[in-house]
Write a protein that binds this ligand. Structure first.
Ligand code: PLP
Length: 448
């Protein structure tokens, strides 16, 4: 395969993308206005191999990567557009966009600190330990991506709102923490995208787990990544591609389960020769690839899309893992699908694939008390209800207990649901003690 050199585009150079000529004046204006508030970055693979430019208005990958008018509420859009028209002053533009960003309120001060572990009285800012078995690790060199998703809830990390950035320089403290916490079997490298790292840096993070005197109880290393969708050449022709694969092989040979938690939002992302070859190469190292995505209006809100995507993933020897409900990202109004519709889409897709594809779980909301699955809509004593359960709980004892919420056709998130029977959900008292009120507002929650 011929090597392709990575080239990134953002607001300052996107007009040099040849295909951009096909965009209407309005589409370009939307990019200019919206990308002053939300981050925008795309690359030559996404542009040349994934987007259908002759039908860009309805193209899911265009919608996934290029800023869209509807992502800003009209008054925010007009305010930003007004600022751009009124003055060429970049500082004024920045002030305007920051004012809007604060109203989108990604993480109110002081509230993002839940689940950040401590060791010897020192907070480990690049770690999150919420579910007993699994620690999330945000390596400081993995805090960007090959291309940005328009719906991303981690965008504050990318727009230089520094205090919101989770990162940790050292693996040393991580290892120390894991040695002390033998209940932790899984380490999940996340970001951004850890696969943005060059090989030498990446290896530094992994090496301690391969040493003979490793005293942690880590049995699974997971890597959350969108690189298979956005830059499969990472595993093919990039510098270090073969080194990565050899390292993966060393991990699995050591008896450690290695799982790439690959983010795929649309079956199109599975169709190129590059992605298929990258998957093959990764699989040959003994690593697993598990797949996940949120359910997104305009991008993948049809059961046929999910059924096709899961089937294709399985045919490529990947394991469908999670379907998420889109959380409050600042642009939730644009991407949200109601819980009722999410479940309809979920079950129609699920009904149309064989059991082999049904390793997937969802629709799942990552809220502060845990991951809550919408099991379905049902009726009990004439009352219409949502049947819910925890797939993961802040308290492991909450997991796999069905509970009921009043049916609400318009609900898009846990925070507006009310208990169907009694005054509170079974976990609420305990969750309130840990988190205070508003605990399942996603904005009050930590990263996941
Ligand atoms: C989703 C998540 C995990 C992983 O949960 P699994 O169900 O084991 O995949 C770990 N930590 C946090 C904070 C999460 O949100």
């Amino acid at each position: 395969m011929t090597a392709i050199k990575y080239k990134a585009y953002s607001l300052n150079n996107y007009l040099s993308i040849p295909q951009v000529e096909k965009l209407s004046a309005r589409a370009k204006r939307n990019i200019e206005v919206v990308s002053h508030v939300f981050p925008f970055k795309v690359n030559n693979y996404v542009i040349d191999e994934l987007i259908d430019w002759d039908n860009y208005e309805n193209d899911p990958i265009f919608h996934l990567t290029f800023p869209q008018e509807g992502m800003l509420l009209p008054h925010h859009y007009n305010k930003m557009a007004g600022a751009l028209e009124q003055s060429p002053d970049k500082i004024f533009h920045k002030e305007t966009s920051n004012k809007i960003r604060v109203q989108l309120n990604p993480h109110p001060a002081g509230q993002q600190e839940h689940n950040i572990p401590e060791i010897d009285g020192q907070k480990l800012m690049g770690l999150q330990h919420k579910y007993r078995e699994t620690v999330l690790f945000f390596p400081s060199s993995g805090q960007t991506c090959h291309s940005y998703c328009t719906f991303c809830f981690r965008w504050p990390q990318f727009v230089g709102m520094e205090e919101l950035k989770f990162a940790m320089k050292e693996t040393e403290l991580l290892i120390k923490y894991l040695e002390k916490h033998q209940e932790v079997t899984d380490i999940l490298f996340t970001g951004g995208d850890p696969m943005i790292m060059n090989f030498k840096v990446f290896q530094k993070y992994i090496e301690p787990f391969l040493e003979d005197d490793n005293k942690t109880n880590i049995q699974t290393i997971r890597i959350g990544t969108k690189s298979l969708s956005f830059w499969p050449y990472k595993f093919l022709t990039d510098d270090g591609a073969d080194d990565f694969l050899r390292l993966f092989e060393r991990i699995t040979s050591k008896g450690i389960n290695l799982a790439l938690m690959a983010h795929f939002s649309h079956p199109r992302e599975l169709d190129t020769q590059a992605v298929q070859e990258a998957i093959k190469r990764i699989k040959r190292t003994g690593a697993q690839i598990r797949t996940q995505s949120p359910l997104l209006k305009h991008i993948n809100d049809k059961p046929e899309i999910w059924a096709e995507m899961w089937r294709k993933q399985v045919n490529l020897n990947c394991i469908p893992y999670y379907m998420f409900v889109v959380r409050d990202t600042g642009a939730q109004h644009h991407f949200a699908v109601t819980l009722a519709d999410s479940w309809e889409i979920w079950r129609k897709a699920y009904q149309n694939v064989s059991g082999i594809c049904r390793t997937v779980r969802g629709p799942s909301m990552s809220c502060t008390p845990g991951k809550v699955q919408v099991l379905g809509v049902s009726e009990i004593n004439g009352e219409k209800v949502f049947v819910l359960r925890f797939l993961q709980g802040r308290n492991p004892d909450w997991v796999a207990r069905p509970f009921f919420a009043k049916y609400d056709e318009d609900a898009i998130w846990m925070d507006t649901l009310e208990p169907a029977f009694g005054d509170s959900f079974f976990f609420e008292e305990e969750a309130e003690m840990v988190y205070g009120e508003n605990y399942y507002d996603p904005q009050v929650s930590s990263f996941e």
